[in-house]
Design a binder for this molecule. Structure first.
Ligand SMILES: *Cc1c(COP(=O)(O)O)cnc(C)c1O
Length: 428
């Protein structure tokens, strides 16, 4: 495949945009080579500036659950645009999507819309701190909650000490309030809670992790966290920016029958427009301004175009009773195909899958946390990535990412993908 125009565009972009991209992972740094510049997309396919077609397994990093340019979303946005694109005043549309979201997601009374997943998670921990009147939070290594300061934290010197900044610009002062735990390790969480008794406001977690590959919670892990939170006057925050409206209509709370105290959304909830949201019961949400003292605001929050897109998306999901099982079947089919193709060629691998999230790790051991995810062979991944790209299959340009399966994928697309993987596997 030729990427001449993408190469030229990338050069030009780098003159005026840091690294040529507006979000770092797009730059292909982990895999090398030139990022392909998207021109358009439809259904399961994305087309680049050179006219190449790719079967898309990134899907804008999750939002396009029903495929690109999904007609109801496109139509809703076009119609709304004609009536004005922003008012800075409340609209009936915001109540409509809020009502629908509250009806789909278990255990929430109120929801507030923001502009990104980052904003949702940042606001959720502020709310948790304001509600519990405590400062510290626990997050898990390898979980991503957006790029706000409190979450850009690396492990400190000892397992029970506070974290250190993992980006310049994050202060020690902020880092000391974030404790870092190992995913799927309840004992580790208990140690942190004991060492910081009565100082922890909340535990925030991706209840099915998707930012170190797809990592499911082991049996009893989420239940254990819930029990620890309840016993210590801490809130359990589910960051469902990736899993919300994807793994079930009501997200992981519904899938695993566990009630979180605050839930964060993003990605699918905006149908491809910039939307995030956080939600909880009245008791907690009523602490937010203007009802309560915890401040949170946004000029473009609840933007009519974004809400129109989100509402169409949620309606489509809510009205399609077969959607989740269809997605799971397609993902399982792909899983089996990939596993066979790699095994035939003696490629060491392990595959994780939950619903429409799947990740392929080039390592022998099961991948259950950040440490085991990091053991994957990155050279093999790079070859795998570029091999697939050249065959018109677009997976995320990093070994730590999940593939997002869309309902727009046909079994023909899946077979084409599996055939490509079989070819590429011979070269690994
Ligand atoms: C993508 C993501 C975020 C950040 O959302 P943005 O819209 O990129 O700010 C937060 N949490 C999780 C779990 C995510 O996958």
């Amino acid at each position: 495949m030729l990427y001449q125009r993408s190469s030229a565009l990338f050069k030009e972009a780098q003159q005026v945009i840091p690294g040529g991209v507006n979000s770092p992972v797009r730059a292909f740094k982990a895999v090398g080579g030139t990022p392909i510049f998207a021109k358009s997309a439809k259904g399961a396919y994305v087309y680049d500036e050179d006219g190449n077609r790719f079967i898309d397994y990134i899907n804008s990093w999750g939002p396009m659950l029903l495929g690109h340019a999904f007609p109801p979303v496109v139509d809703a946005v076009i119609e709304k645009t004609k009536e004005g694109t922003s008012f800075g005043m409340p609209t009936a549309l915001e109540t409509e999507i809020a009502e629908l979201a509250v009806s789909m997601v278990p255990n929430i009374d109120k929801i507030r819309f923001v502009n990104s997943g980052t904003e949702a998670c940042m606001s959720a921990i502020r709310l948790a701190r304001g509600y519990t009147k405590k400062d510290k939070i626990i997050k898990f290594a390898g979980c991503y909650h957006g790029h706000s300061d409190s979450f850009l934290i690396a492990a400190g010197s000892g397992a029970v000490t506070f974290g250190t900044p993992n980006s310049p610009g994050v202060t020690q002062g902020t880092a000391k309030d974030t404790l870092l735990a190992r995913y799927n390790d309840l004992e580790n969480v208990k140690e942190l809670v004991e060492a910081n008794s009565s100082e922890i406001a909340a535990i925030i977690i991706e209840p099915v992790a998707g930012n170190m590959g797809c990592i499911p919670p082991i049996e009893g892990f989420l239940e254990g966290l819930k029990a620890i939170c309840d016993a210590n006057n801490m809130l359990l925050i589910f960051d469902e920016v990736m899993t919300g409206f994807r793994l079930a209509k009501g997200g992981v709370q519904e899938l695993k029958s566990i009630d979180a105290d605050i839930v964060c959304f993003g990605k699918v909830v905006g149908g491809g427009l910039p939307v995030g949201a956080f939600a909880s019961r009245n008791e907690i949400m009523n602490h937010l301004a203007p009802l309560g003292p915890v401040y949170q605001a946004g000029t473009l929050s609840g933007n009519p175009l974004a809400m129109a897109a989100g509402l169409s998306m949620l309606r489509a999901i809510n009205n399609d009773s077969g959607l989740m099982s269809r997605l799971e079947e397609k993902t399982k089919y792909l899983h089996n195909g990939i596993a066979l193709a790699l095994s035939k060629n003696n490629i060491t691998h392990s595959i994780n899958r939950v619903g429409s999230m799947i990740s392929v790790h080039f390592s022998e051991d099961p991948v259950v946390d950040f440490e085991s995810a990091a053991k994957g062979n990155n050279d093999t991944f790079k070859k795998f990535f570029h091999g697939l790209l050249d065959k018109g299959i677009y997976i995320a340009p990093s070994a730590f990412e999940t593939w997002f399966i869309t309902d727009a994928l046909t079994y023909e697309d899946l077979n084409e993908t599996i055939a490509a993987i079989e070819e590429v596997a011979k070269t690994l």
